[in-house]
Write a protein of this length. Structure first.
Length: 301
């Protein structure tokens, strides 16, 4: 190979970071040294890997759209989704495409699962609310034993969404615009073999919507309003209102303390004062008095 061709090839390697060039002491031809393969090729491999992942995500999204279009064209009332990735993509798509309301039944989670109401859905919820979509949820009371999930539910209620609390929720389910429902095929195997059903408009979807409405009607609305200015006619401060609101949905003193960021003894002391003020001998009597006196009205959301 001619010296000029060798020099050009070496210069290309230097430009790509695969070699380095140093001036020789006699200022004649530069001295070339190969770069470490890890340092030279690592960024290139990582860039190619990132581009490949983008292509894979695009193929998966196109496949999901194709499957959805095929299902709608065939008129099949039920689709079956296998795998956490496919279920998650459909769940996110349902949230982003909803125009009117999204209804959710949310039992207490034992472990991370595919059909999650938390992971990655905050952005979808914000987008939906910005479009005026109503979010109606029924949460199992066990959710409030975990500060992070309790905070998420409280934030939704503070933003004007309809959050209710039930002692038990029968199944995990999402319904968008009363036209599509998503629920696990077998809740007991969801952690190991996630398979979900997508139910389109049919008698089955009507039954699922009726199940949600029944659970929603029997649940207790979550009323919050930390930091609200107390009303002049009852002089009940914001913390007392929040304690009563959370007590109203059946939370324990310890759970209320964790959610509001106060001490357990503070909650107990405030409840004793409220019971004395309401002349109530039991927590139930205190709750009845709070409803009659309108103590919870300032917290409705």
């Amino acid at each position: 190979m001619a010296p000029q061709a060798v020099t050009r090839a070496l210069d290309v390697l230097v430009e790509r970071g695969l070699a380095s060039a140093r001036s020789s002491p006699d200022h004649t031809a530069p001295r070339y040294r190969a770069a470490s393969p890890l340092l030279a090729l690592g960024p290139l491999v990582e860039a190619r890997r990132g581009a490949l992942h983008q292509v894979e995500d695009l193929v998966a999204e196109l496949s999901e759209r194709h499957r959805t279009a095929q299902a709608r064209a065939s008129g099949a009332p039920v689709e079956v989704l296998s795998g956490a990735a496919a279920i998650r993509r459909r769940l996110l798509a349902m949230g982003r495409e909803a125009q009117h309301e999204v209804c959710s039944l949310i039992p207490t989670r034992r472990a991370p699962v595919a059909l999650s109401a938390e992971e990655g859905l905050d952005e979808v919820e914000r987008e939906s609310m910005a479009r005026g979509v109503l979010l109606r949820s029924v949460l199992e009371r066990g959710w409030f034993d975990r500060p992070e999930t309790a905070a998420s539910a409280t934030l939704l209620a503070e933003q004007g969404q309809s959050v209710t609390v039930a002692e038990r929720v029968p199944i995990k389910m999402i319904i968008a615009d009363r036209r599509t429902a998503l629920l696990p095929l077998d809740p007991e195997r969801e952690e190991t073999e996630p398979i979900a059903l997508v139910v389109h408009r049919s008698g089955l979807l009507t039954a699922l919507q009726s199940l949600f409405e029944q659970c929603y009607a029997q649940a207790t609305p979550l009323r919050v309003g930390v930091g609200e200015v107390p009303r002049a006619d009852d002089l009940l401060d914001g913390l007392d209102r929040d304690i009563l609101a959370l007590l109203h949905v059946g939370l324990t003193d310890a759970t209320i303390a964790r959610q509001l960021g106060v001490g357990h003894r503070t909650v107990q002391r405030r409840l004793r004062i409220l019971m004395a003020r309401a002349n109530a001998a039991t927590r139930f009597q205190l709750g009845c008095h709070a409803v009659r006196a309108g103590w919870l009205e300032g917290n409705s959301g």
